[in-house]
Design a protein around this ligand. Structure first.
Ligand code: ADP
Ligand code: MG
Length: 378
């Protein structure tokens, strides 16, 4: 990826780039639909990333060529206009958010390329935002806080792109670390690195299904969670323990109870998963992932036939410790925890079995946990 990027830069500018940025995509190992309930999530940064090779300019112009889209666009930092022009809006939005927050920015030009599949739920957009943030940081020759950049990435999604997303994706893309997942408290934004159990690896399994028109479903889930929190007289479902929930759940109407049960138990599972990682307990971590899938399928009802089939096939493999759907739901990716020595045979077994069962060709990625967004050697 990096070599390809440098060649693209050289071909365009007839010079070498002076700065190279890498910002990873991510997968969430456990903790789904807990973020907007002020709860816990446990994502890791993956070995698929958005890269930028660049050189500073003397003026306030930012010019970017996307290799993936084979298109160049530019904008003036003194006059950033929203034009619905596509991918460049992420760069404009991040620049706008940084300027609004008081950062001083100067122009640059460069080439952008990525191998995070777009729209698959691996957060290529958050990776792009963090890449842009780190690009400005490197041009300024300063050191900026990852969590602050993450919050500005979320501002970009919410206020510039109009996407009502949480903070997880940017937090992990900014703050990930090699061989670790990041346990994030979505209320305080405290984050703790926890090691992936030695001898295991994460396999992302893209069902090759994509969701459309599920905003209504998300909004309904959010409203149900808010209603449950109100009934429990707490700020968010994060404040309800499993014991509290079991003692008082009769106050909730049946469907709200079911939705709330997912969030309350998922928070507990995510905490337990972080502890299992710290203890190197791969078997417990896998079981928690399996239980998470059941909860999403039956209580939160955000799985799909394709996701269930992928998870079932994965769980049936020897050397698979656990598997679950990951991401917002209804389509996209599942994630499995697999013995690292068996990863290739796992992929070789799961892909054809899924294809035979569904008629869909999946994409499976054996993932390493990588560092968060930063400048790398040019
Ligand atoms: P996800 O974040 O799940 O991958 P999104 O729809 O949120 O999906 O973000 C994908 C968008 O991010 C793309 O449509 C594009 O605008 C932008 N993007 C991601 N990677 C690149 C890239 N390499 N070049 C240009 N734009 C990119
Ligand atoms: Mg996105």
């Amino acid at each position: 990826m990096k070599d390809q990027l440098i060649s693209a830069f050289q071909a365009r500018y007839d010079a070498d780039p002076t700065i190279i940025i890498r910002a990873p995509g991510r997968v969430n190992i456990i903790g789904e639909h807990t973020d907007y309930n002020d709860g816990f999530v446990l994502p890791m940064a993956i070995n698929r990333a958005v890269w930028i090779a660049l050189r500073p300019r003397k003026d306030a112009t930012v010019t970017i060529y996307s290799v993936n889209y084979d298109s160049e666009d530019s904008f003036d930092l003194n006059n950033i206009e929203h034009t619905d022009a596509g991918w460049i809006e992420y760069a404009k939005g991040m620049s706008w958010a940084l300027l609004e927050a008081g950062y001083s920015l100067s122009g640059w030009e460069g080439v952008l390329a990525g191998d995070v599949p777009g729209g698959a739920g691996l957060s290529s957009s958050a990776a792009l935002e963090m890449a842009i943030g780190r690009a400005f940081e490197a041009v300024a020759g300063e050191t900026w806080d990852g969590t602050k950049l993450a919050l500005l990435g979320q501002t970009t999604e919410n206020d510039w792109m109009g996407a009502n997303t949480g903070i997880m994706d940017q937090m992990i893309s900014a703050n990930g670390q090699q061989d670790h997942a990041l346990f994030i408290d979505c209320r305080s934004l405290d984050a703790e690195l926890v090691p992936l159990p030695a001898g295991s690896c994460i396999v992302v399994m893209d069902t090759s299904t994509r969701h459309s028109h599920v905003d209504g479903e998300y909004n309904e889930r959010r409203a149900q969670c808010e209603a449950a929190a109100a009934a429990f007289e707490v700020k968010a479902l994060r404040d309800v323990s499993v014991a509290d929930f079991n003692a008082k759940s009769a106050i909730l109407e049946a469907l709200t109870r079911q939705r709330a049960r997912h969030v309350v138990t998922e928070n507990e599972r995510t905490l337990a998963a972080a502890n299992a990682m710290k203890a190197g307990d791969v078997a417990t971590l896998g079981k928690l992932m399996n239980a998470s899938h059941v909860s999403m399928r039956d209580d939160f009802e955000i799985s799909s036939t394709a996701l269930d089939k992928m998870v079932e096939i994965a769980q049936a493999q020897p050397n698979c410790y656990g598997a679950r759907m990951t991401g917002g739901g209804f389509a996209g990716c599942a994630v499995a925890l697999v013995d690292v020595d068996a990863a290739e045979s796992f992929v070789a077994a799961v892909a054809p079995a899924y294809e035979a069962a569904t008629g869909l060709t999946p994409a499976l990625y054996v993932c390493d946990a990588t560092d968060g967004a930063r400048a790398v050697d040019a």
